[in-house]
Design a protein around this ligand. Structure first.
Ligand code: ADP
Ligand code: MG
Length: 214
């Protein structure tokens, strides 16, 4: 009875930690090969994790599922969009509250920073570098999702951030854009799969020049 109540509390805590769209996110929704990589990382998460892939491949969903799992096993985890972090960083600069922001982001044991992009000011890049270094310094696990490659991070975001992330474990999520072709067990999947096949066949034909003849 007490155990049930505890689990219920943890479940509620997990829901509060996540954007509503990802409340259902669960590791059980991922294929075995992805889970194997997650478990390998979870065995020593201090190394850090980058979830990388094009838009709609399930990066945020995976980060949310990891966050939820961590909370359910009674770990402190914080899920935040990188956009929000940078926005708080800018606000902190004008109000001299940098340490408050760092404390908020580094106190929970696990930090999941969603959707790292390029296009930041020098100050924002230094703030991100400081956050990563504090997490690494305290041996606290950080998971970052991005659609940038390591080379793009190093060249277009920040060389020092790229260098830190090169030592993280990287998981590549590929497959179709799940926004266009949602995962579903309903009969719709047959229709979607056919649709996908036609689209891919069209792209291959175009690439090979088939059909380009008059
Ligand atoms: N493993 C999954 N099982 C079920 N739905 C998923 C899964 N991964 C992603 N989705 C859904 O697919 C859509 C795109 O996923 P999202 O994580 O937002 O992609 P990304 O962050 O890579 O752009 C969302 O609606 C999400 O709920
Ligand atoms: Mg995303």
């Amino acid at each position: 009875m007490v155990a049930d109540e505890c689990e219920c509390l943890l479940e509620r805590r997990a829901l509060r930690a996540l954007p509503e769209q990802y409340h259902q996110a669960s590791l059980s929704d991922f294929p075995e090969e992805t889970l194997r990589e997650i478990y390998a990382w979870a065995a020593d998460p201090r190394q850090g994790l980058v979830v990388f892939g094009l838009a709609g491949r399930g990066k945020t969903y995976l980060a949310a599922a990891i966050c939820r799992s961590m909370i359910l096993i009674r770990k402190r985890a914080l899920f935040r969009r990188a956009f929000q972090f940078f926005s708080e960083a800018r606000h902190a600069l004008s109000s001299s509250e940098e340490e408050t922001v760092f404390a908020n982001y580094t106190t929970p044991h696990y930090l999941l920073l969603d959707d790292l992009e390029i296009g930041h000011s020098d100050f924002e890049r230094r703030f991100l570098l400081e956050l990563i270094d504090r997490q690494l310094g305290h041996l606290r696990p950080t998971c970052i999702t991005t659609n940038l490659t390591l080379a793009q991070i190093g060249q277009q975001l920040d060389e020092r951030v790229g260098s830190r992330l090169s030592e993280f474990r990287w998981i590549h999520l590929d497959g179709p854009d799940l926004r266009q072709f949602p995962k579903t067990d309903s009969p719709m999947i047959i229709e979607i799969t056919d649709q996908m096949r036609t689209k891919v066949a069209g792209e291959i034909a175009e690439f090979c020049g088939v059909g380009a003849q008059p």
